[in-house]
Structures are given as C-alpha cells and as structure tokens.
Write a protein that binds this ligand. Structure first.
Ligand code: NI
Length: 255
C-alpha cells in the first residue's frame, strides 16, 4: 500500500471527477490520502471531502501564498476545524519567497502563529518551503518544531540544508519532479533515510514522468515511488510499506 500525504483534492480541477480520482487511487494501492487546505475555505472543503471517504484525511491551515488575505478570525475557525476526527495535521503552512504573495514578516508571523496552534493541539505540521531556507531553518530551530513533529514537503535545497533538517527529525517528502529528466535531486533522495521518508504527489501539480502535461492525481504516486525505490535499491512494495508506516505514525492515521 501507499499513502499520498499531500494532495489538494478540493481544487476545482477535480470538480468533474473527484469520486473517480479517489477510486482510481485505491485501485492503484494508494489506500490513504491526506488532502491539504491552503486557506480557510479550502480547509473547510478538505474536511468535507475527508468526511465522505474512509481513505481520505484532511490537513487545515493557511498557505504562505494565501496569508496576506487571511482574516484574524480565520485562525479561530481553523482551530475549530481541527476538532473534526478526520483532521490529522496543520498545513500547509510555511514560507514562500519565490511567489512572495505576502511580505516576509507577514509570512513568518503567520507561520509561527500556526506552529503554536499545532503545538497546543498536539498535531503534526505540513510545511511548505520555497527559496526561504535560512528563515525556515531559523524558525524550525527556535519554535519547537522538532518537538511538535511534521514534514517538510516537496523538499528543495542542497545536501547541507537537508542534513540540518534531518537532525531535527522532521520527515521529508519529494514530489513528481524527482522523475524529471533534468532533475538533480537523486543525491538528496539517497541521503534521506527511509525512516524519514513520506510519499506525496502535491497533485494537481507536479505530475511525474511519463505523465507530464496531464493533471496530477494520487493514483500517479506510483511513478514517484518507483523512482525512489530504485534509488534506494529496494522494491516498490517495501518502500510503500515503510513510508506508509511512517505516515501512520506521524499522522496517527486510522487505516
Ligand atoms: Ni501543496
């Protein structure tokens, strides 16, 4: 079995066939899915989807690219959503200095606020990081992130950044872009111990080869998993079993 720990099933690209997409995931042995909110509305949608399907769980939170438009009340409402039994994490939250939809101070404050919330609620974090490695590492080190636990998703950065992150015991996940021909991430995948690895698609984005150009979906996880298994020199079944155990441990999934 496999667990897709990061997808956005609430996005409107799934409006026509959401049920089929979830069914197709199950047919491809993706027996667990975490659908991730990016703002209040999307978090509410994520919970609604998780409510409908046994294999789907939800994460709720405000993405760094959506934090400029977040209202003070949104955090109270996010907190209320966490009381739902299918909510397993706070995410996705973090820093994005590539898109820069909000200034750095705003992003950092909202990230820290949500780390506090996760710590208070004893929920793991799903963290987004793009072109913000130094500030990310500073916040991870100073805000008790290692104790709260979580995953740095769609990992980007070099070997020394990865080494520092691994020392905090956070989990790491790579997306379909590791399957691209010009990808330079092979050494990073090899460097990440199996006990720190989770699988994800980040669908509908980052469709793995050989399906590039199509909308991504959880069923396509197998292509990324195959690449990781090959780099690790283990079978795809073994990788699926180890990473599923990791996901079940981190997110306390009832699967
Ligand atoms: Ni995402």
């Amino acid at each position: 079995m496999f667990i897709d720990t990061h997808t956005h099933l609430d996005f409107d690209s799934y409006d026509e066939d959401r049920e089929i997409v979830i069914q197709r995931a199950i047919e491809n042995k993706v027996s667990g899915i975490i659908t991730i909110g990016t703002d209040l509305k999307s978090s509410e949608q994520a919970v609604k989807i998780a409510e409908k399907y046994a294999s789907v769980f939800a994460a709720v939170g405000i993405h760094p690219s959506d934090c400029a438009s977040a209202h003070y009340n949104d955090f109270e409402k996010i907190k209320e959503l966490t009381q739902h039994e299918k909510v397993v994490a706070i995410g996705e939250i973090g820093l994005d200095y590539y898109h820069m939809h909000a200034d750095k101070e705003t992003q950092k404050n909202i990230f820290k606020k949500q780390i506090k919330l996760a710590t208070e609620l004893n929920l793991p974090l799903i963290i987004h990081n793009r072109d913000s490695h130094d500030d990310m590492y500073e916040i991870i080190s100073n805000e008790g992130v290692a104790e709260t636990g979580g995953v740095l998703h769609s990992f980007s950065g070099d070997e020394s950044f990865l080494e520092k992150i691994l020392l905090t015991n956070l989990y790491i996940s790579f997306t379909g872009n590791i399957t691209f021909k010009k990808s330079t991430t092979d050494p990073l995948v090899i460097q990440t111990p199996l006990e720190n690895l989770l699988l994800e698609t980040d669908s509908p984005f980052l469709t793995p080869a050989p399906l590039r150009g199509k909308r991504n979906e959880p069923a396509f996880l197998v292509h990324t998993a195959k690449k990781i298994a090959d780099l690790k020199g283990i079978s795809i079944e073994e990788l699926g079993s180890i990473t599923s155990d990791n996901a079940k441990t981190l997110f306390k999934l009832n699967l």
